[in-house]
Design a protein around this ligand. Structure first.
Ligand SMILES: Cc1cn([C@H]2C[C@H](O)[C@@H](COP(=O)(O)OP(=O)(O)O[C@H]3O[C@@H](C)C(=O)[C@@H](O)[C@H]3O)O2)c(=O)[nH]c1=O
Length: 186
């Protein structure tokens, strides 16, 4: 697995090796033992998969608060998306900063989004599927959202995005009080 850092401490890009042949390719998108050897020890307990039909669909920006905060390993199963994480660890040298990366079925890249980050994405192709593993179970009482257009993110949109009612009504970043601290970061 190739591991690349980003400008935001703890946010990593994981690119699995692909073994190509006449049928296509094989790759290990997660291997606990291998990754532990590379300094990433995580216990994933839930695997999520969603489909967004329309190009320009945004899901986000989401987090789960402690005690059910989640690390997420995100990849694209079909199509292409621009995946975004925002540092919300109070006291972090990069608090409030965002990083985005194209994840596609073709490039196979994965974003490892640790606890203490908002996460969201915009689809860059119709019928795009996202798959992500999480280190804690879904906990609706700890579910939180910040408005997609309140963090200065360049989503690369040429029209209004498709949003859920929940995401359209989310709190702007300026009014958001993060439950995460830099000191609490693993
Ligand atoms: C996230 C989640 C949702 N659900 C249910 C609740 C709801 O009825 C339905 C749709 O939920 P949402 O609208 O929150 O789905 P969605 O907007 O796709 O939410 C996801 O967005 C991305 C960006 C993330 O980072 C995820 O952690 C998650 O927050 O699915 C679960 O049963 N388990 C889960 O883990």
């Amino acid at each position: 697995m190739q591991i690349d850092t980003t400008p935001l401490p703890g946010l990593l890009i994981l690119t699995p090796r692909r073994f190509g042949d006449a049928r296509g390719f094989f790759s290990e998108s997660w291997n606990r033992k291998t990754l532990e050897g590379q300094g990433i020890a995580l216990d994933f307990v839930q695997d999520n998969h969603s489909l967004s039909g329309q190009l320009g669909t945004i899901r986000g920006l989401h987090y789960q608060a402690p005690p059910h905060a989640q690390d997420k390993l995100v990849r694209c199963g079909r199509g292409a998306l621009f995946d975004v994480a925002v540092d919300i660890r109070r006291g972090s040298p990069t608090y409030g900063q965002w990083f985005g990366l194209e994840l596609s079925a073709q490039n196979g890249k994965q974003l490892l989004v640790p606890k203490g980050f908002l996460h969201g994405f915009v689809t860059r192709q119709p019928d795009t599927e996202i798959c992500y593993k999480c280190t804690d179970y879904y906990a609706p009482d700890c579910d939180g959202a910040v408005r997609w257009d309140s963090c200065g993110i360049d989503w690369g949109l040429s029209a209004d995005p498709v949003l859920s009612d929940k995401d359209a009504a989310a709190l702007p970043f300026a009014e958001f009080e993060s439950p995460f601290t830099w000191e609490g970061a693993a």
